[in-house]
Design a protein around this ligand. Structure first.
Ligand SMILES: C[S@@+](CC[C@H](N)C(=O)[O-])C[C@H]1O[C@@H](n2cnc3c(N)ncnc32)[C@H](O)[C@@H]1O
Length: 200
C-alpha cells in the first residue's frame, strides 16, 4: 500500500479495528511483541505524572484513550486517580480490559477517538501508542474538543493535562501496511498541537 492508500484506511478506520480485533489481547499483543518495554514504559509514565503535580488540576479523574486491554490504566492510573474511564475501539481488546479491570474502571467506552464526545471533564487524558492510527484532522479536532470541553479547569489556573506518549520518526513519517499506521515526526506533532491552540 502506498502512503495515500494508508491515509484512506486511517480515514475510515475499519481495517484498523479489524487488525486490532485479530491481535492477542495481552501485554505482548498491545506492545506489538515488545512486552519487555512495559516495565520501563510504566516507570517513565509514573515519573511524567509526578512531574505534572505542580500543574495538574487534581488526581480525581482520568481518561485512558486507545487503551487496548488497559495496560496503562492498570499500571499507571490505578491507585492515582479516583475515577478512570477507558476508551477503546476494538471489541477483542476492550472485552479483555473489562475482564481485568471491571472493579477499577468507572466507564468503559467502546468507540473510536474521533467519535468520542465528552460528558465530563478530566484531570488527565492519557493517549499512548495509538495516535499513529488517527489522521491529522481527527487528532486536531479531538485536541480542540478536549481543550474546550474535556479538561478540568480550576480557579487557581491549574488545569487538566493531556499526556501523549508516541513514537516519532526522525525525518519523514513512516507508513506501515502491516497495521495501517503512520508514525509522525516530532515537528508534525508540534504543528498539530499549535493548531489546536496549545503553546509548545
Ligand atoms: C498499540 S495498542 C496500545 C494500547 C495502549 N495505549 C497501551 O499503550 O498499552 C493500540 C490500541 O489503540 C486502539 N486504537 C487504534 N486506533 C484507535 C482509535 N482511532 N480510537 C480508539 N482506539 C484506537 C487499538 O484498537 C489498540 O487497542
Amino acid at each position: 500500500m502506498n502512503p495515500a492508500e494508508i491515509e484512506q484506511v486511517m480515514l475510515s478506520g475499519d481495517k484498523i479495528i479489524e487488525y486490532w480485533d485479530n491481535q492477542p489481547a495481552t501485554i505482548d499483543g498491545v506492545l506489538g511483541g515488545y512486552q519487555e518495554i512495559d516495565e520501563v514504559d510504566v516507570q517513565t509514565s509514573c515519573e511524567m505524572l509526578e512531574m505534572a503535580r505542580g500543574h495538574i488540576s487534581s488526581f480525581k479523574s482520568a481518561l485512558d484513550c486507545g487503551a487496548g486491554i488497559g495496560r496503562i490504566t492498570n499500571s499507571v492510573l490505578k491507585g492515582r486517580f479516583e475515577n478512570i474511564d477507558l476508551l477503546e475501539q476494538s471489541t477483542v481488546q476492550i472485552t479483555e480490559a473489562k475482564r481485568r479491570l471491571k472493579k477499577v474502571v468507572r466507564t468503559f467506552v467502546q468507540t473510536r477517538l474521533q467519535d468520542f464526545t465528552f460528558k465530563t471533564t478530566y484531570d488527565c487524558i492519557w493517549m499512548q501508542w495509538f495516535l499513529m492510527y488517527v489522521n491529522d484532522q481527527d487528532l486536531l479536532e479531538f485536541l480542540v474538543k478536549a481543550r474546550n470541553l474535556g479538561l478540568r479547569k480550576l480557579s487557581n489556573r491549574r488545569t487538566g493535562c493531556i499526556f501523549i506518549k508516541e513514537n516519532v520518526s526522525t525525518s519523514l513519517p513512516i507508513y506501515s501496511d502491516e497495521d495501517y499506521s503512520r508514525t509522525r515526526t516530532n515537528e508534525q506533532f508540534l504543528s498539530i498541537f499549535r493548531q489546536a491552540g496549545f503553546i509548545v
